[in-house]
Ligand binder design. Structure first.
Ligand code: SF4
Length: 413
């Protein structure tokens, strides 16, 4: 996404990068790099940045082509390089006050896309991140992330490193059509295995599943089996969205040539012109119900487990995330979440003004807010804050170190 916050450097024109493909590189200097995510989420971390805009992985479904993201030119070949990203990262990391993971990711780019092999901007950022003690999250479709495993091991030794590889299928012949510039299925699975073998966290962004092509019960079952054998800790599923305009047109034009037999069904499914590009609601409902069944059968988390993000955020953020996840988990289990939602809103109403207060006073230590919450818990006043006795006991145990299991819905110890 063009955040409108950069100055263009002289255009270096067309540069031969791989010998097979060429890219137009637009080198820019940004004024600010890290964007704070609000609310914090384990998926996207607390702070996010991307060294590039646009992407040479050339995924046919990529919604980076959507006009509202303002990525100009040929999305697959005209790559914007944030050349001063390493320099800014180093400066901005020193000034961060709130704890939380730094996530290298963007919906419209990939930090390990082909140009990175030569430009090494991500490598420079990895070296800087390895000198700090912030947790790091990387989203990618490339096994090139293995090149920097020395840096990521160092990050994990000091705090926590989580690799999130994007993958939705076990069949590489489909992958090579939908994601022609990205790593093969085997390369991505081997990458996940290697990170797990070295003790780091690894999960899968299992999105987007393409209706009628990659989302059958059998395909998803086989997919989860290979993820399990790679040691993957979670797989977050999502369905293809096609937003009106360039993204939808590009996908449908390519898909028509690749899968003429399914093309008509896809056109019909996405003919509703939904603002977010969602398919017909009945299909979405049946897809997520199938996901629930298959994920449960394979004992795979579809959210990032509490045990994994525990300790990476401030305690206040951790509890906000946990409450949001509990609402999703209980609702899915058919449990009435009205009281839980009310308590969650009360917690936000308590937290947000304090967050603003601490943000404005740079002389205050942000973690004092966590201390305030702990003091409330120790004084047995959480019930008053949340308006929910059972939840107050639950949160008190979390504050004392218990972890919530998303499969069994139990706290331990
Ligand atoms: S890797 Fe991500 S950003 Fe790159 S083309 Fe594929 S979907 Fe788009």
């Amino acid at each position: 996404m063009n955040d409108g916050n950069y100055e263009a450097l002289p255009d270096h024109g067309k540069e031969e990068i791989t010998g097979m493909l060429s890219y137009n590189l637009k080198r820019v200097c940004v004024k600010k790099l890290l964007k704070k995510e609000n609310p914090a989420v384990p998926f996207g971390g607390k702070y996010r940045f991307s060294p590039y805009m646009a992407c040479g992985h050339r995924c046919t479904y990529c919604d980076g082509r959507y006009e509202k993201y303002h990525v100009e030119g040929d999305f697959d070949h005209d790559i914007t390089v944030r050349e001063n990203a390493p320099e800014l990262l180093e400066k901005e990391l020193q000034k961060l006050r709130e704890p939380g993971p730094v996530c290298m990711s963007s919906g419209i780019s990939d930090p390990y896309q082909p140009v990175e092999e030569q430009l090494q901007i991500t490598r420079q950022c990895a070296e800087i991140l390895s000198r700090f003690d912030h947790p790091v999250i990387i989203h990618t479709k490339s096994s090139t992330v293995l090149r920097d495993i020395d840096c990521w091991e160092e990050v994990h030794r000091k705090s926590a490193f989580t690799l999130m590889i994007s993958l939705t299928m076990a069949d590489d012949s489909i992958r090579s059509r939908l994601e022609p510039g990205a790593s093969s299925v085997e390369e991505r699975l081997n990458t996940l295995k290697e990170f797990r073998k070295r003790g780091m966290n690894a999960g899968v962004l299992a999105m987007p599943f393409v209706p009628f092509l990659t989302d059958s019960r059998e395909q998803m079952g086989e997919f989860l089996t290979v993820l399990k054998s790679a040691g993957v800790q979670f797989a977050m599923p999502g369905l293809l969205t096609l937003k009106q305009g360039r993204q939808k047109e590009f996908f449908l034009n390519t898909f028509k040539k690749q899968y003429p037999d399914i093309y008509g069904k896809i056109v019909e499914l996405y003919s509703n012109r939904n603002f977010y590009g969602n398919p017909a609601s009945g299909y979405t409902k049946s897809f997520y119900s199938r996901i629930d069944t298959i994920w449960t059968e394979h004992v795979m988390d579809d959210l990032i487990p509490h045990s994994l993000f525990r300790g990476q955020f401030s305690l206040c953020d951790e509890i906000s995330i946990l409450l949001g996840d509990m609402i999703k988990l209980y609702r899915r289990g058919g449990i009435n979440v009205t009281r839980l939602k009310t308590a969650s809103r009360k917690f936000s109403r308590w937290l947000e003004p304090r967050r603003t207060y601490y943000a404005r006073r740079r002389n205050l230590k942000y973690l004092a807010l966590d201390e305030e919450l702990k003091a409330i818990a120790e004084a047995n006043e959480l019930e008053e804050l949340l308006g929910n006795k059972k939840l107050a006991v639950f949160i008190q145990r979390v504050i004392r170190g218990s972890v919530f299991n998303y499969q069994t819905l139990e706290l331990s110890p």
